[in-house]
Design a protein around this ligand. Structure first.
Ligand SMILES: *Cc1c(COP(=O)(O)O)cnc(C)c1O
Length: 417
């Protein structure tokens, strides 16, 4: 590459933005250069997660939010058992979405009464395991409630339950809306008083409310608006409850920046705004823990997906770096997990962090489909066979959200460093 041919000549900036230090020419995860990690893992592709970054995230959030707000980790963002074990020591509870996740959560040794189980379509088999384990079930329908009551009677226990409410508002500007209007999630707010009455008649052990309205939000004002409405709704619904709620899960939805132009959420501003809402919550929801549940915000930026360039070719003037990874491991980075217009996750060549990004390349995976793209027209140092391509923001919704069986390649390894 001649010095003046370039697309972007500045030194790579991903490292600053992402928080993984660079040593010499190499990106490090958990203090270990990526090429050394690749040698340790023994093969590419793999996911590497940085323990210290997760810890720092939780600490920062604790500092920003009111002291009495409890933090839960939503395991579906990254259910790797080692990650869940690490998170369990840092947060106040775990939110699970299947019996499989529940087993991983229970294996951490955390108090079962701090585990909650949400999700539409829980099977009788899953519900009986949850009732038996003594975790809190966030009930999503009247039918579910009747089943839980029957299982409680059979097992001779009082099932711990909360009601997942489908609010009558939405979390504006969310990447994914999960409340407001007709939804498969939760019980419509206007039906909750009736459900609370039945719940009392059935003798279920009422814990409180779970009101989750959306995900991947980078707007402080939108989050605060939803938090205010959520607290108001919980106060309103409490009037119909058989006893005072012990917890009110006000959702989460804190996003992380994935695409060019997106910025980090100002959690200090969210914390300040929430602090102003807390006196009313403390007063009118006396004794209830206020819980925020987060997945990607805790772990998303703490992980990278590493694949190796296995071929480099030029097709009619366009450079392709073909890696041994792809959408079968990192579906979200390929744009096929809910994006309408494909945009690039931040990427870099881990072993060339000191070089100028002066060539425009297309990073693709090894699958036989044009959907298998990890980076379109990105400015990178010249990529060669053997180089290690990293996709950032891969700590959440990576391996477990991807179709690993597609095309029959081996599943990727995962390491927590
Ligand atoms: C998916 C989900 C979460 C986690 O969402 P993130 O965007 O990863 O924070 C939290 N709560 C519920 C109910 C969910 O379905």
């Amino acid at each position: 590459m001649s010095a003046d041919s370039g697309i972007k000549k500045e030194a790579p900036k991903h490292a600053d933005r992402i928080g993984f230090p660079v040593e010499g020419q190499e990106l490090t995860v958990g203090g270990v250069p990526v090429s050394r990690l690749a040698a340790r893992v023994g093969s590419t592709p793999f996911f590497a997660y940085d323990r210290a970054l997760m810890t720092a995230r939780v600490e920062r959030l604790r500092k920003a939010l009111p002291k009495d707000v409890h933090l839960h980790y939503a395991m579906k963002a990254n259910p790797m058992p080692a990650v869940v074990q690490h998170m369990a020591r840092l947060v106040d509870g775990l939110d699970v979405a299947s019996a499989g996740e529940m087993h991983v959560a229970l294996d951490t040794g955390i108090d079962p009464a701090t585990i909650s189980f949400a999700g539409p379509g829980k099977t009788v088999h899953e519900l009986s395991q949850a009732v038996g384990a003594g975790i809190i079930i966030n009930m999503e329908s009247f039918n579910e409630m009747e089943t839980i009551a029957r299982l409680g009677a059979e097992l001779g226990v009082h099932p711990k339950v909360a009601i997942r409410v489908n609010p009558d508002f939405e979390l504006k500007t969310s990447g994914m809306k999960m409340g407001g209007g007709p939804k498969q999630f939760g019980v419509d707010a206007e039906l909750v008083p009736q459900m609370l009455k039945r719940l009392g008649d059935l003798g279920l052990d009422f814990y409180g409310f779970h009101i989750f309205s959306g995900s991947q939000n980078l707007r402080e004002d939108a989050l605060l608006d939803a938090q205010q409405k959520t607290i108001n709704l919980a106060i309103e619904l409490t009037k119909h409850a058989p006893r005072a709620p012990r917890l009110v899960n006000i959702g989460g939805g804190f996003g992380i920046p994935y695409f060019p132009g997106e910025r980090h959420l100002d959690v200090e501003a969210v914390g300040e705004g929430l602090e102003a809402l807390m006196p009313r919550a403390r007063n009118e929801l006396q004794g209830a823990e206020i819980v925020i549940e987060l997945g990607r915000y805790f772990v998303g930026e703490a992980g990278v997906y590493v694949s190796r360039v296995v071929d480099r070719k030029e097709s009619r003037g366009t450079i392709y770096l073909i890696t041994d990874g792809g959408l079968h491991h990192q579906l979200s980075a390929s744009g096929n997990f809910g994006q309408v217009i494909r945009k690039n996750y931040p990427v870099a060549i881990a072993n060339k962090m000191d070089q100028a990004e002066d060539e425009e390349s297309n990073i693709v995976g090894c699958l036989c489909t044009p959907l298998d793209r990890l980076g379109d027209k990105v400015g990178l140092p010249r990529g060669e066979i053997g180089d290690l391509v990293v996709v950032f923001q891969s700590g959440a919704y990576g391996r477990s959200s991807s179709p690993t069986a597609f095309l029959g390649h081996p599943a990727p390894m995962e390491v927590l460093v």
